[in-house]
Write a protein of this length. Sequence first.
Length: 84
Amino acid sequence: ETSASKRHTFTHLTYSRHHLIDIGKETIKIAENGEYTNDKGEVVHIKKDLDWAGDNCIHYSHEFDFDEAMKKFEEELSKHGNVE
């Protein structure tokens, strides 16, 4: 068997699919509860921040042209003298 046919994986740097699923489930549970307990045993409340993020997010269609939007944004800033 040549070295080209050997498969090298760095398992110490990767996570198993089951581990990632568990992390995803925990994340959803935290979002639903609006809080979590950190390593120090302190309850961290995130509901207000999550609500704000949801209320203030913007959905961009796949056709949205970010380059064009940034160009217009920079033009507006330069009109008002806000560009260095």
